[in-house]
Design a protein around this ligand. Structure first.
Ligand code: AHR
Length: 487
């Protein structure tokens, strides 16, 4: 198959915020993940140095916090100052120590060189509570700025990204709203927050519900900079039976439609190029947290299943690469995406007493963030690029190679994903370079994964290809992610 593209036919520029991350006060993501004062890897603030080092390697541009469902019952004033009083987290039904609060999060952002993105409580919180948080972080005047200085932070934190609420459209969220209530709330909150600091950028969740989105944009669109979209496919919230490689590949056909649904609401309301899309929670796997509303049931132990490294295989790596490819193809509207979550659970990194495990998805971010170019080229194949994928005994026709050619300083850098579970393939493309550098992420099988006692089952192999031929030929193993760059 020949991949065709024209270096002059650029789709646009990808925004680095597409490699954003997300940490939530859930299970071992923050406590025991990012923040673990008892760990031998903890720094003077209790943050894990091995996690910080791994995140600096993939260059995190922006990180969202503190939730997720958690935020809809969270009062930020409990997490500031010298005295932290534990409270009950009604979202996840655990005690929240409040030891990791605003200052600790911003310290973490500084250490991983990421922009902070704070999600506010639109569940049990008020519009004024949200705008007070903006004042505490960004103002120089008034009681909240004064309190920040009393807490030892003379200079404002300059937090640019703020979200009004999380998934307040669904009944499981604390303080859920109907479309009419939501639009009014966002209108009031956005007004106050922009008054607290008119330099901030505001996000608000859109839903899989046209009325919700149109009312939101009609009432508050003029004050919003982003629409927040959440995206999970393998819905394991109640039953943790991770789907097969083949099923996960099939779900990739949903991604384009999910993005276009948000695009259509933005375009319909006249906000094209004014409001962008932030997929500020995305992962192949939904998080497992059953029984939260089952009286007397054990809702804590099942959460440990999120940490099972065998769940995260080449299916997750191939899905994650293709997901990022789709975001690149929509780079003029999707300008932020936050992998959910970053540490433990369904995350890129798993922490344990003796170190960390880098999961296959981590290496996708390592390859994409460090090796691909910013200019996204349009591309197509010279022939049918599809194969018959068998899922639960039913054959479905899906695209075989998912390719995105990019450019950096006039040189080609191409992402090539072979989605086929068994078969290798070859791709050809035109290039005048005499030397190519190939990085291929793969494991022995589509179900390979990394774990404590075998941390490099799935790894990146590097190869140099020297050829004078004007048409290059690249071999793509089954279930693999490859980056090719011209030297
Ligand atoms: O399953 C975890 C939850 O996924 C996040 O807290 C929420 O935002 C999303 O529904």
């Amino acid at each position: 198959m020949e991949l065709r593209f024209d270096k002059k036919k650029k789709i646009g520029l990808r925004d680095p915020k597409l490699f954003g991350q997300f940490i939530e006060h859930f299970h071992r993501c923050v406590y025991g993940g990012v923040y673990d004062p008892a760990s031998s890897f903890a720094d003077e603030q209790g943050l894990r140095k091995d996690v910080i080092e791994a995140l600096n390697r993939i260059g995190v541009p922006v990180i969202r916090w503190p939730g997720g469902c958690f935020v809809s019952g969270y009062h930020w004033q409990d997490g500031i100052g010298p005295k932290r009083i534990p409270c009950f987290d009604k979202a996840w039904k655990v005690e929240e120590s409040n030891l990791f609060g605003t200052a600790e999060f911003l310290d973490f952002c500084r250490k991983i060189h990421a922009q902070p993105y704070i999600c506010c409580n639109a569940g049990t919180g008020t519009e004024e509570e949200m705008s007070d948080w903006v004042e505490y972080c960004n103002q120089t005047q008034g009681k909240w700025a004064r309190l920040r200085r009393e807490h030892g932070y003379e200079e404002p934190f300059h937090v640019k990204y703020w979200s009004i609420g999380n998934e307040n459209y669904f009944d499981g969220e604390l303080g859920s709203r109907n479309p009419k209530e939501w639009a009014r709330l966002v209108s009031r909150a956005s007004h106050m927050m922009k008054r607290a600091d008119d330099r901030i950028e505001l996000l608000a969740p859109c839903a899989n519900n046209l009325e919700w989105n149109l009312r939101l944009l009609a009432e508050a669109g003029h004050r919003l900079n982003w629409l927040s979209v959440h995206s999970y496919d393998d819905m394991l919230q109640q039953v943790n039976e991770p789907s097969s490689y083949e099923q996960c590949i099939l779900w990739l056909d949903n991604v384009k439609e999910r993005i276009e649904q948000a695009e259509s609401a933005i375009h319909l309301m006249g906000y094209r190029n004014k409001i962008h899309i932030a997929i500020d929670e995305w992962n192949l796997r939904g998080w497992h947290h059953p029984n939260v509303d089952v009286p007397g049931a054990d809702y804590l132990t099942p959460r440990d299943k999120n940490d099972d490294n065998s769940t995260y295989t080449m299916a997750d790596a191939v899905y994650t690469a293709c997901y990022l490819n789709e975001c690149f193809r929509h780079c003029n509207s999707v300008k932020m995406a936050n992998y959910a979550p970053t540490v433990n659970g369904r995350g890129l990194i798993y922490t344990h007493d003796d170190g960390i495990v880098l999961r296959p998805t981590y290496f996708v971010f390592d390859l994409y963030a460090n090796l691909l170019g910013d200019e996204i080229l349009d591309s197509w194949f010279d022939q049918e690029n599809r194969f018959a994928l068998s899922v639960n005994g039913k054959e479905q026709n899906v695209s075989w190679i998912d390719a995105v050619p990019t450019m950096q300083n006039g040189r080609l850098r191409i992402a090539l994903v072979n989605k086929h579970p068994e078969e290798a393939c070859r791709v050809f493309f035109a290039s005048s370079a005499g030397e190519l550098e190939l990085f291929t992420l793969n494991g022995k099988s589509k179900d390979s994964y990394n774990d404590i006692d075998h941390p490099e089952t799935v790894r990146v192999e590097r190869e140099i290809l020297k050829t004078k031929a004007s048409q290059k030929e690249i071999y793509l193993p089954p279930h693999s992610v490859t980056i090719v760059r011209e030297l």
